[in-house]
Write a protein that binds this ligand. Structure first.
Ligand code: PBG
Length: 340
């Protein structure tokens, strides 16, 4: 390091935080937060039709995939070192019913997709979802009766789904619904069916958020807008104004046997991620949701910001807030960028 050429005799500040920013190496040495491929989980959409590959209009670069292309995508993610995928099904409208029964069809699209992944990419961890919305003609995560989303009846169906997913080979089951008591019910059902090793990733603090719109577009799963069906999901998903309540949900999930706790969405809830992390003794995940992805993609398409830089900053911030794992549609890109 060369001496400053200045002959200035006035002393100047002793503390110069900029010393730790003056070269790439020093910045690397002083860096507090690491983002690696180990932290990434890729959400994937599966749809009927062996060769289906449809881009989701509001999520550029994300596709509804038939089982064949799904397996190929999973192989690429695995080769890049991404440890896990989270699978969501796009079910044809004519298969949706108010009781969401196709969710329990053993020969259905979803268990078939899980089996294919387990067979063809056995070392990739497969996370399945037990919410009813993809199968429910009313578009809610639970069964709707007389204008209300039923809790305990929904949990019963989800417990059966969890066992079906475990039988198909799921490694982790993730209830994304926010019904009360579902973690305990799923744990009991899995243990009773001989699957004590299947882990539960609970959507612990899932907020009633506007940022899910592109996902509902991908699955065509938005709540049906008609008389007698609740318009939104705010009788089960959390109020965006609440953070203490996230800690209550965390306590319940830990008591009920959750192996991972998740906060969703991620960027508008970094404070909640930090508080949940500080109070949790299980790994904390955050879901960088479809709307967060769409916003960056849309601005980048207009040349208003740089996609890679914005995504890297977003994911680093989610890690800095305390997330051990991040579900993100940037998983594949990020894994490629990290591999250099
Ligand atoms: C539904 C579900 C949603 C997401 C994951 N599971 C949407 C919703 O609750 O309506 C959103 C994921 C995303 O926006 O990326 N159980």
């Amino acid at each position: 390091m060369s001496r400053s050429g200045s002959e200035n005799t006035t002393p100047g500040p002793i503390h110069r935080p900029r010393r730790l920013r003056q070269s790439k190496n020093i910045r690397r040495m002083a860096r507090e937060t690491r983002l690696s491929v180990d932290h990434l989980i890729a959400p994937l959409f599966v749809k009927a039709g062996e060769e289906t590959r449809e881009e989701v209009p509001s999520m550029p670069g994300q596709y509804r995939l038939g089982v064949g292309p799904l397996v190929e995508e999973a192989q690429e993610l695995h080769a890049l070192g991404v440890p896990a995928v989270a699978l969501f099904p796009a079910i044809a409208d004519e298969k949706k019913t108010p009781d969401a029964r196709t969710a329990l069809d053993e020969g259905g699209l979803y268990p078939r997709a899980v089996r294919a992944l387990e067979e063809d990419v056995p070392d990739l961890t497969v996370i399945t979802d037990t919410a009813l919305d993809p199968y429910n003609s009313d578009g809610h995560d639970g069964i709707v009766r007389e204008g209300r989303v039923l809790n305990d009846e929904t949990v019963e169906v989800m417990a059966e789904m969890a066992v079906l997913h475990a039988e198909a080979g799921a490694d982790i089951v993730a209830p994304s619904d926010m019904m009360d008591g579902r973690v305990a019910a799923l744990r009991r059902a899995l243990d009773g069916a001989g699957f004590p090793g299947v882990a539960l990733l609970s959507y612990t603090a899932k907020y009633a958020s506007a940022y899910y719109a592109p996902f509902r577009d991908a699955l065509q799963s938005a709540p049906t807008q008609r008389e007698g069906i609740p318009e939104g999901k705010d009788t089960y998903q959390m109020d965006p104004a609440n953070a203490e309540e996230a800690l209550r949900e965390l306590r319940l999930d830990l008591d009920e046997g959750a192996d991972f706790a998740m906060v969703k969405p991620a960027l508008p809830y970094l404070d909640v991620i930090r508080r949940v992390k500080d109070a949790s003794n299980v790994p904390v995940a955050a879901y960088n949701v479809s709307g967060e992805y769409a916003m960056i993609c849309a601005a980048a398409e207009r040349g208003w910001l740089d996609r890679r830089e914005a995504a890297t900053e977003a994911l680093t911030s989610i890690r800095r807030a305390g997330a051990d794992l991040i579900l993100t549609y940037f998983a594949k890109d990020m894994a490629e960028w990290l591999a250099g």
